[in-house]
Design a protein around this ligand. Structure first.
Ligand SMILES: O=C(O)CC1=CCC(=O)O1
Length: 264
């Protein structure tokens, strides 16, 4: 078990791959822990040092009381990279992980060499929408919204599989304060201005059936960064690394190749 003690928060993380390899960071979404990346890790090229971590309030990381600010989530990522001596990383951010990636690149370009914005945007939803979700969970619990969330996370065929149950269970078992804390962070975040200023190799990934960050929304954000391209994964929802791991890993591998990340 690998845990970084960052003072006010302890973050659970995992390192895979080559300890001397080119650094890549995988930052996951709201209501998930680092297991969402399990299926793509073996499909990525050799020669990578792969870091994934549970953001605060999720998985096995510590869980301060809600609400959280996006600045705290960005600072956690920054401190974790500094703690592990990682810089010039290729940062892959899924959904809220993508907001963290945009914030980190805007704040510490020395840490981020290239950015993959997967199923995310510069602004996700509205403040009212997130407040309604927080109020509903406080009133009725997280289980009451789980089926709706699964409709946004996964396309219909995947929702009929037994595996979907495990991902649903992962979501409802996240610490409540952590889930609500991150909802509040997303509610208060608008990265349009900082992301418009980013100049680095960037790639967008969207799922055709994504009900949380539909392809047009991802495209709008990607178009803020000159030269960035969007790849669409058909028949996949908000978490394509789970639903379409082969397609997802292929897109990431192509981007790794294109950016020359493995050759330093
Ligand atoms: O729960 C959802 O609707 C999906 C989601 C939005 C932000 C995030 O990280 O996941």
């Amino acid at each position: 078990m690998q845990v970084a003690d960052l003072g006010d928060v302890k973050l659970h993380y995992r390192l895979d791959g080559d300890p001397d390899g080119a650094p890549i960071v995988l930052a996951n979404s709201l209501g998930t822990d680092l297991r969402v990346w399990d299926q793509i890790i073996p499909l990525l090229p050799a020669g990578l040092r792969i870091l994934r971590y549970d953001k605060r309030g999720h998985g096995l990381s510590s869980c301060p009381p809600a609400p959280y600010a996006m600045g705290a989530l960005v600072k956690d990522a920054e401190r974790l990279l500094d703690h592990l001596g990682m810089k010039d990383v290729l940062f892959v951010g899924l959904s809220i992980g993508g907001l963290i990636g945009q914030g980190l690149a805007a704040k510490r370009l020395d840490l981020v060499r290239a950015l993959v914005l997967s199923n995310t945007a510069a602004k996700i939803g509205t403040r009212d929408m997130w407040q309604a979700r927080i109020d509903s969970i406080r009133a009725n619990g997280i289980e009451a919204i789980a089926d709706q969330v699964m409709e946004r996370w996964f396309a219909k065929p995947f929702r009929l599989t037994a595996a979907m149950h495990a991902w649903r269970t992962m979501m409802v078992r996240q610490p409540l304060e952590g889930y609500l804390g991150c909802c509040a962070a997303i509610a208060g975040t608008d990265m349009i201005t900082p992301t418009s200023g980013l100049r680095l190799p960037a790639l967008g990934i969207a799922g055709s059936e994504d009900g949380s960050t539909p392809p047009d929304l991802v495209r709008e954000t990607i178009s803020l960064i000159p030269g960035a391209e969007l790849k669409l994964i058909r028949n996949a929802g908000h978490i394509p690394c789970v639903e379409a791991p082969e397609a997802y890993a292929e897109i990431l591998s192509e981007f790794i190749e294109q950016t020359g990340h493995l050759s330093g």
